[in-house]
Design a binder for this molecule. Structure first.
Ligand code: GDP
Ligand code: MG
Length: 745
């Protein structure tokens, strides 16, 4: 039967392209060529004709029958296709392999996207190898088509031994083989007999009966596979019949009947089947149950897989093929939808990544909207295309897709929260500091605790609104509870830090106040030394010099001043929610710092020059004035020397007195250690690092409380004594001179 002469293709696939068609698909597409090669251009053809995106809304018809029975001629008339037909002159087989074309007829009422497969017919004269192709093409047609059209001459009806009967036997056998494994789908097909050169003398009804009897006999004669012995032909097939007059002898009637016939190619329902069988059909022949449920966009791949199995004589297992197809297509669709997802999401990932790497994490405005939109449309697009495929595979692939895109969305979500966290913490800290600064500018009466509370509220609201915006409803990972808790903790930590800063500022203010207070009150105490009659109005009692109580008074002033400062500090600190521990540390620091202030004030007063001046004033006051405070006019009879000695000795007692900070009665140093107290447990190294060590308090300093409270050392004391005595001597000499001078006047 290998009469195919011309092979014009160089790539082997399109062997008869030169004869039958072009790359522009004028004549449809050759699905399988005469060398039984599958042509992957089928996919392009379906794209080209717009069928690819039809989903299930397409129909497949295969046409069988002996060669040269006018099949291609009929298809072209019915569907306005351009299948090549045998030229009247040459009389040789033209259709090679299997061709497919889309219905081009615009006749109203026809179903959408009818695809017709014109199958190379068997030549009744030569069998053998043809039977192999017949079998393979039947199998292929049954695996794909809803309707099998069988073209048959009227005069062959009832010829049980005729060529067509061989073909039908093959179709039945193949059908059993095919659907044995696929009982679940219970695929049915319509066998549509077209009786040609119908004379009209025998009613169509009679021809139908004859044909059905023959078909029944063929079915009975089949050796059926185990389990299907009792199956009936009606379990698998419906039947329809149309009779057409001779095209050449009755061209007008032929035309009219073809027009009538074309109206049958529409969607139908089972309750119309009886009509269909009777050939007086008004409803459509395309019943839903005939459809092989291969989505149009997967048809080419499916057909190729099926053909591959058939050609290699493998057992054709349709459910497996459908699963393989589903995997292939779902993967393809996934890749397609991810391209669109990438377009929406990759720029956001880049933006977020760049910001994070630069150390300035950025909250991306509208991220949630973009993520939700991209996710919804990606899944929707996938669902639209992929849900038509094998349900199990589809579900699995959908889950795979979701986890793929969700892992990226999850990272974006986490990045957004992290940016909102870092951003929020910074803004919070800036806002609190700013408000404090503004408060300081206006005056000291700002409420730190209120500022923190207010800013914390704002910061939490902002974070929550970012979190909510970026959330995708219904996804377990898409929540920010944990992050919010961490954020809150960080805000609290920063609040604590800011509060400590605020405490420091407060402490500085209070220390400044202590310094100025002590400067005044301690200064007065020392100035009073110069009068020789005690200081700060302290009462005199007995013969004890008023100076003797100077340290008692200084300690008392000091302790009272600091107590007042403590109260100021404590009250203010409490107003901004400082903890008891923080207040305790603050007061401890305040006492230590105040001591340092006092100590430096004392040192300043006791600088050599200052002290010498004070001693001299003290001495002169005692020497030059009498008990009543009246200035003395020296006369030669006065006991100048006695008065001088008394005054000098009295002032000299101040030197050891002032040298050491001691209680006037007990002679003990002030209870600095007890008064300052031990280092509070809550004090941190930072709290201690700017403190001056205090002898007797900080034991590791190796300095005792006595040393800490020793103002002048022995050498200084002696030096001072010598210098004071010289100064006093000068005054004495001058007095002596003036006494003598007064007498000579
Ligand atoms: P195919 O091989 O079955 O596809 O047949 P073709 O469509 O190529 O036609 C084969 C020959 O039959 C051509 O010469 C046609 O002119 C002729 N032919 C077409 N329609 C009819 C018909 O209705 N009756 C008869 N007797 N011949 C026809
Ligand atoms: Mg043909």
């Amino acid at each position: 039967a290998n009469t195919a002469p011309e092979k014009m293709s160089i790539n082997g696939h399109f062997a008869s392209a030169g004869q039958n068609g072009h790359a522009d698909f004028e004549n449809g597409v050759q699905v399988v060529d005469e060398d039984k090669e599958f042509n992957p251009d089928l996919s392009k053809y379906l794209q080209h004709t717009g069928v690819s995106h039809a989903g299930f809304n397409y129909h497949l018809i295969s046409v069988f029958g002996s060669q040269s029975t006018g099949k291609s001629t009929l298809l072209n008339a019915l569907f306005q296709t351009d299948f090549s037909v045998m030229s009247e002159a040459e009389r040789r087989q033209t259709t090679k392999g299997i061709w497919l074309a889309k219905n081009k007829s615009s006749a109203s009422g026809m179903a959408d996207n009818i695809l017709v497969m014109d199958v190379e017919g068997t030549d009744g004269r030569e069998r053998g190898e043809d039977q192999d192709f017949e079998r393979k093409s039947s199998l292929f047609a049954l695996a794909t088509s809803e309707v099998l059209m069988v073209n048959i001459w009227e005069h062959q009806v009832g010829l049980y031994q005729g060529a067509n009967m061989g073909l039908l036997k093959t179709v039945f056998e193949v059908n059993l083989q095919l659907f044995l494994k696929d009982k679940k789908s219970a695929s049915r097909s319509l066998l549509y007999f077209v009786i040609r050169d119908f004379l009209g003398t025998t009613p169509l009804q009679n021809l139908r009966n004859t044909l059905m009897q023959d078909l029944g006999r063929i079915w009975t004669s089949l050796s059926k596979p185990p389990g299907l012995e009792k199956s009936s032909i009606d379990d698998y097939f419906d039947f329809a019949f149309t009779a057409l007059p001779h095209k050449l002898y009755q061209p007008e009637q032929f035309k009219a009947e073809v027009v009538k016939m074309s109206t049958r190619f529409k969607d139908g329902h089972r309750d119309r089947r009886r009509d269909a069988i009777l050939g007086e059909f008004e409803g459509g022949i395309f019943l839903p149950e005939y459809h092989r449920r291969i989505p149009a966009d997967g048809f080419s791949h499916y057909a190729e897989g099926i053909w591959d199995q058939i050609v290699n004589n493998k057992d054709l297992d349709l459910p497996t093929q459908q699963e393989l197809l589903a995997q292939f297509r779902c993967d393809e669709i996934m890749r397609e939808v991810i391209v669109a997802f990438d377009e929406a999401i990759t720029p956001l990932e880049t933006q977020q990544g760049d910001a994070a790497r630069s150390g300035r994490p950025e909250v991306i405005a509208g991220l949630g909207v973009a993520m939700k939109g991209a996710r919804a449309s990606t899944i929707k697009n996938f669902e639209t295309e992929a849900s038509r495929y094998h349900k199990g595979v589809y579900q699995r692939k959908r889950t795979e897709l979701e986890s793929k895109i969700d892992s990226r969305l999850k990272a974006l979500f986490a990045g957004q929260l992290s940016a909102a966290h870092k951003d929020g913490v910074q803004q919070f800290s800036d806002a609190v500091s700013g408000a404090v600064k503004a408060g300081q500018k206006k005056g000291a009466s700002y409420d730190f605790a209120e500022i923190v509370k207010e800013q914390k509220k704002i910061a939490l609201q902002k974070f929550e609104s970012h979190g909510k915006e970026a959330m995708i409803e219904g996804l377990p990972w898409s929540n920010y509870k944990q992050e919010l808790t961490l954020y809150q903790k960080d805000l609290d930590k920063i609040s604590g830090q800011l509060r400590r800063d605020e405490m420091r500022r407060l402490a500085t203010r209070v220390e400044r106040w202590v310094r100025s207070k002590l400067n005044d009150s301690i200064g007065i105490e020392f100035n009073a030394l110069g009068s020789g009659r005690g200081g700060s109005g302290a009462p005199e009692h007995g013969d004890k010099p008023v100076e003797a109580g100077i340290w008692d008074r200084i300690w008392g002033l000091f302790v009272n001043t600091v107590r007042e400062a403590e109260k100021r500090f404590g009250d203010r600190a409490a107003s901004f929610d400082a903890s008891a521990e923080e207040v305790e540390v603050g007061i401890w620091r305040l006492r230590r710092k105040s001591w340092a202030v006092l100590r430096s004030k004392i040192d300043e007063e006791m600088m050599e020059g200052n002290l010498l001046l004070k001693l001299r004033e003290n001495f002169e006051d005692k020497f030059r004035y009498d008990e009543a405070g009246v200035p003395r006019i020296w006369r030669p009879t006065d006991d100048i020397e006695g008065i001088y000695t008394k005054a000098r000795e009295s002032t000299l007692t101040l030197i050891p007195l002032l040298s050491r900070f001691r209680h006037s009665e007990t002679g003990a140093p002030p209870p600095l250690d007890r008064w300052i107290g031990p280092t509070p447990a809550a004090a941190t190294p930072a709290d201690e690092e700017d403190l001056t060590p205090i002898g007797g308090v900080d034991e590791e300093e190796g300095k005792s409380l006595e040393e800490e409270t020793t103002i002048l050392n022995e050498a200084k004391r002696q030096d001072l004594t010598v210098r004071f005595k010289k100064a006093a001597d000068g005054v004495y000499v001058e007095a002596k001179r003036s006494a003598i001078g007064g007498m000579t006047q």
